[in-house]
Ligand binder design. Structure first.
Ligand code: ATP
Ligand code: MG
Length: 658
C-alpha cells in the first residue's frame, strides 16, 4: 500500500494573464519546450546572462551525486556581475536602491554609488585580514550597508553567513561557531516599531563566546550608546575612508558564496551552502522570468528581510544582477500606521511587489479600507512566498492590492533550492488561487508516492525534484551526512528508475485534474485521521474561506478513536465578536463549515480561538509547537520563535478550554 494524501478541496476559478503583459513578457510559453528538449543547453543559455571571466568547460558534473558541480571550470565575480558591469554599460546613474528608513529618512543609491561603497568595503575587509574562503557573519538591520556587506564579501571571495538581526545571542554565537567566522559586520541598532532597537549588545555577548572572531565592523545607524571593545571598528571610520578603487578578481564557479541557516520551522536549522556560478545564473534567470522584470521601467520591492533566503536571492543577487531599481524598507508594516506598505507602493510607484502570505493575512485582518485609500495603479505583478497561500488570501491580494488587474505569482522554493522552483510565469500561466501551478522551465518537480512513483493527476504525495538544478544547495556546511540523510535518503539512489537521485523537499503536494501543483504543507505535519492522510493546508484554507476567519493553523493530535484528530487554532477577523456565546457559536459554525467544504473526515475535533499564532522570525506558522500544546507536551526548540509570550497565551487557553 502506498501512502497518498487525500485530495479534499477543489478550485474552479482561473485567471489568464493580462493580454498586454503576455504580449510583452520576458519569457513566453516556448521556454518550457526549449528547456524540456535539452535541459543542460537551456541552463547554459541562462548562464550567458552573466559576464564570465572564463567560460566553463562543462555545464554539469553529476559524476558524484548528490554533490553537483555546475559550470565546471568557469570563473566569474558575483559583485562585478551585480554592480560593476551595469556601471561599465553606462547605467551608473540608474537607481539601484530606494531605501526607506522606518522613521521616514530615505537614501537613494545609484549603481555608481553602490560600486563605490562595495569597493570601499572590499578594501576594508582585505585590510582586516579577510581573504577568499574566510567566513564573515553579517548581523544587520535592513539598511543598504547589509547588501553592501554581502556584495563586498562576494567580491573578495569571502563566504558570508547572514544571521537575522532579531536573533538571540545563542543563535548568533552558534552560527558564528558552526562557520568558524573571523569577522562580524553589524550596526549599533535599527528602527523597529518606532524605536531604535539595539543590535550591538547581542553581538558583544556572542563575540565574547566566539574566539574565532578577530574584528567587529559596526555601522552607525541609530546613534545609540554602544559599548566598545578593541575588536570593534566603526564602518564610517574605516569603509567610508577606504579607497573606492578595487579590482574584482574572478572566482571558480563552485567557490562557496554563502552559508544560510533554514528558518527552523521543523527543527534545528541547517547551514545550507550555496556556491557562485550556478546560484547567480538561476536567481538572475528566475528573477527576470517570474517577475517579468523590465529593468528600465520597473520598480521592484521585495518585503523580505535580508536574513532570509528570499532576501539573498530576490533583494540582493537576483535583482542587482539584473540591474533592477528596487525599494528596500527598514521597518515593520504597521509603523507609524497600518498603511505603511501602501504608502511606500504609492510613493515609489512600485510595479512589482513580492511578499509573504503571513503579511497578506495580516492585512486582511486589518481590513480592506486601508489599502483602498491608496493609489496602487503602478502595480503590475504580485508575488507570494514562504508558505502555501490560502485561496481566500490569494483572492484578497488580487482584489484589494492588484485591483483585479495584476497576475499573482505564488513561488514555491526553499533555502536549499536557492531560487524559485515552482511558479506561474506572469505572461504565460492562467493561474488558480492557491496553486503554485507548474515547475519553471529547466526544473523537474514531481509529486510521488512512498515508492517514488509519480502520482496521477488528482493524487497527492511527496514533492520531489528529479534533476539537479544550478542553484541547488551543495551540502549542509560541515555535515555531508546530514545533507545525505535529510534530502537524498528518503528516495535514495536506486529508487525510481535505476540510478536516479531524487531530492526530497519535505513538503506534501497534490496534482489537480489539470496537473497543476498545490502545496499542502510539511510532510511532518500531515495528519492521519481514521486512515486518511489529510493536509494541514487544506483544512486551514477551508477555515480561512469563512468570512470570520483571518488565519488558521491546524495540527493532528493523538486521539484514541481516530488515531489523530484535527485540532485547529483560529484567529478571528478584527471585527468579529467572540465573547461568550458568540464564541461558542462561531466554533460550531466553523467546524460545520469545514465539514461542508471538505467533507466530514476533515471536521476538526476542537477549535481554539486565539489572538495570535506562533511564528518563526520569517513569519511561518510553527505547527510543531501547537502540536506540543494539543498533546499536552512541553515545548520543543523555540529559538526561532518570534514571540514566546504567544505560546503561554495559547497553552493557558487550551487548559481552560477557551
Ligand atoms: P526548516 O527547514 O529549518 O524547518 P524552513 O523550511 O521554514 O525551515 P525555508 O527554507 O525558509 O525554511 O522555507 C522553505 C519552506 O517554506 C518550504 O519547504 C515550504 O514548506 C515553505 N514554502 C515556501 N514557499 C512556499 C509556497 N509558495 N507555497 C507553499 N509553501 C512554501
Ligand atoms: Mg525546510
Amino acid at each position: 500500500m502506498s501512502e497518498t494524501l487525500a485530495n479534499l478541496s477543489s478550485e474552479s476559478r482561473q485567471f489568464p494573464p493580462p493580454e498586454e503583459l503576455a504580449a510583452a513578457a520576458n519569457v513566453k510559453a516556448g521556454a518550457y519546450e526549449e528547456a524540456a528538449a535539452d535541459r543542460l543547453a537551456f541552463w547554459a543559455t541562462q548562464a550567458d546572462r552573466l559576464t564570465w571571466a572564463k567560460k566553463w568547460d562543462q555545464v554539469l558534473d553529476w559524476s558524484n551525486p548528490p554533490f553537483a558541480k555546475w559550470f565546471v571550470g568557469g570563473e566569474l565575480n558575483i559583485a562585478y556581475n551585480c554592480v560593476d558591469r551595469h556601471v561599465e554599460a553606462g547605467r551608473g546613474d540608474k537607481v539601484a536602491i530606494h531605501w526607506e528608513g522606518e522613521p521616514g529618512d530615505t537614501r537613494t543609491i545609484t549603481y555608481a554609488e553602490l560600486l563605490k561603497l562595495v569597493s570601499q568595503a572590499a578594501n576594508t575587509l582585505t585590510e582586516l585580514g579577510i581573504a577568499a574562503g574566510d567566513r564573515v557573519a553579517i548581523y544587520m538591520p535592513m539598511i543598504p550597508e547589509a547588501a553592501v556587506a554581502m556584495l563586498a564579501c562576494a567580491r573578495i571571495g569571502a563566504t558570508h553567513s547572514v544571521v537575522f538581526g532579531g536573533f538571540s545571542v545563542d543563535a548568533l554565537s552558534t552560527r558564528i561557531k558552526d562557520a568558524d567566522a573571523k569577522l562580524v559586520i553589524t550596526a549599533d541598532g535599527g528602527y523597529r516599531r518606532g524605536k531604535p532597537s539595539a543590535l550591538k549588545p547581542t553581538v558583544d555577548e556572542a563575540v565574547a563566546k566566539s574566539p574565532s572572531i578577530e574584528n567587529v565592523l559596526v555601522v552607525r545607524r541609530t546613534g545609540q550608546d554602544v559599548e566598545w571593545t578593541d575588536k570593534d571598528k566603526w564602518w564610517h571610520e574605516t569603509v567610508e575612508q577606504a579607497s573606492p578603487e578595487h579590482q574584482a578578481q574572478p572566482f571558480d564557479a563552485e567557490h562557496p558564496l554563502f552559508i544560510l541557516y533554514t528558518s527552523g520551522t521543523t527543527g534545528k536549522p541547517k547551514g545550507i551552502l550555496h556556491t557562485t556560478g550556478g546560484y547567480l545564473t538561476q536567481v538572475s534567470y528566475t528573477h527576470n522570468a517570474v517577475f517579468d522584470l523590465k529593468p528600465e521601467t520597473d520598480v521592484y520591492w521585495c518585503t523580505a528581510d535580508i536574513g532570509w533566503v528570499t532576501g539573498h536571492s530576490y533583494i540582493v543577487y537576483g535583482p542587482l544582477s539584473n540591474g533592477a531599481t528596487q525599494v528596500m524598507y527598514e521597518g515593520t508594516p504597521d509603523t507609524p500606521g497600518r498603511d505603511r506598505f501602501w504608502q511606500i507602493v504609492d510613493k515609489y510607484k512600485v510595479s512589482i511587489l513580492y511578499t509573504a502570505p503571513t503579511l497578506i493575512r495580516t492585512m486582511m485582518k486589518w481590513g480592506d479600507d486601508i489599502p483602498a485609500g491608496y493609489d496602487l495603479s503602478s502595480l503590475r505583478v504580485l508575488g507570494s512566498v514562504g508558505e502555501p497561500i490560502n485561496p481566500e488570501a490569494w483572492m484578497w491580494y488580487r482584489e484589494n492590492i492588484g485591483r483585479n488587474r495584476t497576475p499573482i505569482v505564488d513561488t514555491w522554493w526553499q533555502t536549499e533550492t536557492g531560487g524559485v522552483m515552482i511558479s506561474p510565469l506572469p505572461g504565460v500561466t492562467a493561474t488558480k488561487p492557491g496553486s503554485a501551478m507548474t515547475p519553471l522551465p529547466g526544473i523537474t518537480a514531481d509529486v510521488v508516492d512512498d515508492q517514488a512513483e509519480s502520482v496521477p493527476n488528482g493524487g497527492g504525495g511527496f514533492l520531489v525534484l528529479r534533476d539537479p538544478w544550478p542553484s541547488m544547495l551543495r551540502t549542509i556546511w560541515g555535515d555531508d551526512k546530514r545533507f545525505l540523510d535529510t534530502y537524498w535518503s528518503r528516495f535514495g539512489a536506486g529508487a525510481g528508475s535505476g540510478d536516479e537521485w531524487i531530492y526530497f523537499a519535505g513538503d506534501g503536494a497534490k496534482k489537480d485534474e489539470d496537473g497543476a501543483l498545490w502545496l499542502l504543507g510539511r510532510v511532518d505535519d500531515v495528519m492521519l485521521v481514521s486512515g486518511h492522510n489529510i493536509s494541514t493546508t487544506e483544512v486551514e484554507s477551508a477555515l480561512v474561506s469563512h468570512p470570520s476567519v483571518a488565519e488558521a493553523a491546524v495540527v493532528g493530535a493523538t486521539d484514541p478513536t481516530t488515531g489523530q484528530a484535527i485540532v485547529a487554532f483560529v484567529i478571528p477577523r478584527g471585527s468579529v465578536d467572540t465573547e461568550g456565546d458568540a464564541g461558542d457559536q462561531l466554533n460550531v459554525e466553523l467546524r460545520n463549515h469545514v465539514s461542508k467544504t471538505l467533507g466530514p473526515i476533515a471536521k476538526p475535533r476542537q477549535i481554539m480561538l486565539v489572538p495570535e499564532l506562533p511564528k518563526t522570525r520569517s513569519g511561518k506558522i510553527m505547527r510543531r509547537l501547537l502540536k506540543d500544546v494539543a498533546e499536552n507536551r512541553s515545548l520543543g526548540d523555540v529559538t526561532t520563535l518570534q514571540d514566546s509570550a504567544v505560546m503561554e497565551l495559547i497553552s493557558k487557553g487550551m487548559q481552560t478550554g477557551k
